[in-house]
Design a protein around this ligand. Structure first.
Ligand code: NAI
Ligand code: MG
Length: 398
């Protein structure tokens, strides 16, 4: 059978180091693939005025599966300053290429697993009975709606008269904000559609069914945000009742969920939320299992089969130019493991996951974050593993 083609998009900063090492791990596990490089990120903003060139979109359109490292984003003024001189007069505006990918391909299903590895020194611990220390095993998968809600960009400062007048027809707007001069009003909207809400809810329930989780928790705030969260809750109730009667539906408010995060994280299975609350709750759970060096994610569109797999972390520019890369590649490796699961290579995915688990459990090879060091270049002399040494250790276990 012909090799599968994967679009490898290293991006900026540490993106390249973690992606290169991850591809070595995939090769060592026996994954047969050709990698084509997709240009994305700050370099292409500076040289072409577009951080997401059309040729990259076309590559993903064709090959469907992408591995993405990380990109650098900078504030508006800096973005303009760094633009090539001949592009400066063109009125170009920088926008995040990863958000651009999500929007272009409708990658509305974002999946972020957070699982405790035994022996990870960064695992959350809590006080048990008496003097006992407990280390709860977290096994949570967050389903985050990835394209709507507060991050969709429908917002204004000093809105047009037409927009302002429309808002003034809402009694709550008139009562709470009618006294403020229009010029002093900023509005960011939270819009949910039934279709996208249903898709993320069903994706969450399907995952729970497939992998045997006993519950799906809707993490929103329907008692206060009555329309969007309220609609999502009603739909969740009906989907659970009609199609997943054997899976429990739990309902938590995002604020309370963050309070319970450290109290009983082991009780949760699949969690589903809108865009912003999904972002918040997934970072919260990631903190319990080791933080940015371990947080992986997938974003996909089930209709087209187009999917992009990426670590949650950014380009960590501080560390990008070290002669020897010190960052933890596990978040990127785990993202590639999610890719293997997605394309039906479950056995290979398990093999890599077990190898990562074995390295962590053994505890001999640890990157600087796992040793709770500050990330200076001399961490290697102090016994921390480099990015490459961590990948080597995983490969050895394979
Ligand atoms: P960051 O995630 O790049 O780094 C924050 C800190 O986390 C680093 O200084 C480092 O201490 C630690 N860290 C990150 N990845 C690590 C790894 N693999 N192993 C060990 N430690 C790790 O976030 P920051 O500094 O806020 O942003 C830097 C740049 O990345 C910005 O330009 C930002 O816009 C961009 N960014 C891009 C994202 C993406 O590509 N999806 C996501 C977040 C930020
Ligand atoms: Mg986040």
């Amino acid at each position: 059978m012909a090799n599968r083609t994967i679009v490898a998009m290293p991006g900026d900063g540490i993106g390249k180091a973690v992606l290169d090492e991850t591809i070595r791990v995939l090769n060592a596990a026996g994954f047969k693939a050709d990698y084509v490089e997709g240009d994305i990120g700050w370099e292409f903003w500076k040289s072409e005025g577009n951080p997401l060139p059309d040729r990259t979109i076309q590559l993903l359109e064709k090959h469907k599966i992408g591995l993405f490292g990380a990109i650098t984003s900078k504030p508006k003024d800096e973005a303009f300053d760094e633009l090539a001189p001949e592009l400066k007069a063109k009125g170009l505006i920088y926008s995040s290429p990863i958000v651009g990918l999500r929007q272009h391909f409708g990658l509305d299903i974002c999946t972020r697993p957070c699982r405790t590895y035994k022996g990870n020194p960064l695992n959350f611990i809590r006080r048990g009975k008496g003097e006992d220390i407990e280390e709860p095993m977290v096994d949570v998968v967050i389903y985050r709606q990835n394209t709507e809600g507060l991050y969709s960009g429908v917002e204004w400062t000093n809105p047009s008269q037409q927009v302002y007048d429309a808002f003034m027809t809402h009694p709550q707007f008139k009562k709470n904000f009618g006294h403020a001069p229009k010029e002093e009003v900023s509005i960011s909207t939270r819009i949910f559609t039934k279709k996208a809400t249903e898709r993320i809810l069903r994706a969450a329930f399907e995952h729970a069914k497939k992998y045997g989780y006993k519950s799906v928790t809707l993490c929103e705030k329907p008692n206060v945000i009555r329309e969007t969260s309220g609609m999502m809750y009603k739909m969740a109730l009906s989907i659970q009742k009609n199609d997943y009667p054997n899976i429990e539906l739990w309902n938590t408010n995002i604020d309370a969920q963050m309070m319970w995060l450290t109290k009983n994280p082991e009780d949760y299975g699949v969690i589903v939320a809108g865009n912003m609350f999904g972002d918040i709750v997934s970072d919260g759970f990631a903190g319990l299992i080791g933080g940015l060096g371990f947080a992986c994610s997938a974003q996909s569109n089930p209709d087209t089969g187009i999917a992009v797999f990426e670590p949650t972390h950014g380009s960590a520019p501080k560390y990008a130019d070290y002669a020897v890369s010190i960052v933890n590649p596990i978040a990127m490796v785990e993202s590639a493991v999610m890719m293997l699961d997605f394309i039906g290579e479950g056995a290979m995915a398990s093999k890599i996951r077990n190898a990562v688990a074995a390295v962590i459990a053994e505890g001999k090879v640890r990157t600087y974050d796992m040793m709770k060091m500050r990330g200076t270049p001399d961490v290697i002399n102090k016994g921390a593993a480099s990015t490459k040494q961590m990948a080597d250790a995983i490969i050895a276990k394979l």
